[in-house]
Structure formats: C-alpha cells, structure tokens
Design a protein around this ligand. Sequence first.
Ligand SMILES: [Fe+2]
Length: 291
Amino acid sequence: MTVRTLGYVVIGTRDLDAWRRFACDALGLMATPAADGEKALHLRSDDRPLRVRVEERDTEDLVAVGWELANRAAFEAAIDALKREGIDVEAGSDELRASRCARDVVRFRDPTGSPHELYHGTIYDHRPFVSPVGGAGFVTGDLGMGHVVLPAADVEAGRAFFEQVLGFRTSDELHQGPVSLAFLRCNPRHHSLALASIEHPTGLVHFMLELASLDDVGYALDRVQAGGYHLSATLGKHTNDQMVSFYVRSPSGFDVEVGCGGLHVDDATWTTGEITAPSFWGHRWDFGRGE
Ligand SMILES: [Fe+2]
C-alpha cells in the first residue's frame, strides 16, 4: 500500500496553446501526441510517456495527481486500504487508462477534497526524451516527476490519511501564524507531496520540476523572463529540501517551481523537523496579478 512515486499531474485549461508555449519553450518539457487526440497535451520530462497532461476544459484547475504503485499487487492493496477508510474509489475506464498511459488507474478524493489517481504499469512508447531547449534534463527516475503542493483545509487530517493509508512519511513541517505545511515523502525525494493550509482557486498551489544543474535553472529563469511570464518568487534556496529554485506563474494561474539540488532523505537515519522559515535566502514573493 506504499506509493512509489509522483507519476504525473493532470491540469485543465482554457488555453492549450498557451500551455504548449509555456511548457515547451520556457520549461523545456517535450510535447508528445496524446492518445486521445488534440484536446489534450502530453508533456514529458524523461523516458515516461506522460508527466504533465493538460486537457482543454472551461476551467483552470487541477484534474488529478497521479501516484505510481510498484505493481498490480501493490495497486490492489492500496485500493483495499482506501476502501477500508471509506473512500469512494472510481475504477478507471479503458479511455482513462489510455489517457494516462497505464495498465490500470483508479480515481479518488483525499479527505480534504483534492483529486488523486493511483496507477500501475506505465505503457512506454520508447521514444527518446529530447528537451526542446537542450540542457542536462530533469531529475526523475526513482524520485518521480517532482512534487506537488496541495491546498488542504485540515493539514493534520490530510497528513494522517497519506501516512496511514498510502504509506507516506513526514519529512518536515512548517507553522507560520495561521499557515501550516506538512512535507511528505514516498521515496528519497524530500517531499513528493506537501499539504498547505491555504486556499487556491485552481486546487493546486504549485508543482515542482527538478533540473540536473544550476546552469539549467539559470537558463530556464532567463527563458521565463524573456517570455514575459510572471515570476512569483525570485531565485532562492529552501531550508527543508535545500532546493535552489524560482517560481513562475503558469497559464492556469498556479505556480511552477523550477529547481535543482534537492535533498535526498535516507529513511534509516532521517528525523522529522519543524522548519521556521521556508528559505535560507531569496524566494522574494510577488503574488502579482490575478489570472
Ligand atoms: Fe515546492
């Protein structure tokens, strides 16, 4: 019942073309044809056929966070664990499985209302990943695609659910005034999931992509600024995962964090801490224009 990695994120948008420009030209993701036609954009960051799926909709929102299980047995054990908690689990249709490039998928909502999917059995297309902007590529593999930060009205309830039902471990937490965050891992990446007691109209605070080098982060920052995108936070270094990163506003209105050098946690030795500041330096926030 232990989730292995953050596999993919599914986003709804009114403007697929804006997302294509943002994802490919600024972030350096590779666009690939979606199995279900032209109303969706599939974006790759590595050998996997899908890391970010952007669907044409009449809203800007998070459609699903896709969590990867090791195999069918682990997938079925996780479904059983969800059902024991009284969570409604929606079986995936053939269409859903094809759109996620996976052998099997189910959908559910966590106790704070965020939409998730569990899947196993990635269906590869074996085309090599080539970033349209070059560079050394993204850090993924056993660490998954990156991380997501989700709004959660009750962080403690959400944390208990992910720990007790899906096998996540708490790496760190942050409490600043009325705002609390819990940072949860499912592999050595310091956090694949964070729950934040803040609201966001899209249902997603940000997702993070990790690049292989500081130079690539710098080149990405130059492309973002040359492209006229809103820089939500300047370059900075986080205290908890030690990521050097910046935040850029996506066409959907939530942020994308682009960083490098994230901390790897050893379960055998890690002790949970409480951080009292999100960043050592930088990360000057500009929440800026509404989208
Ligand atoms: Fe982050």
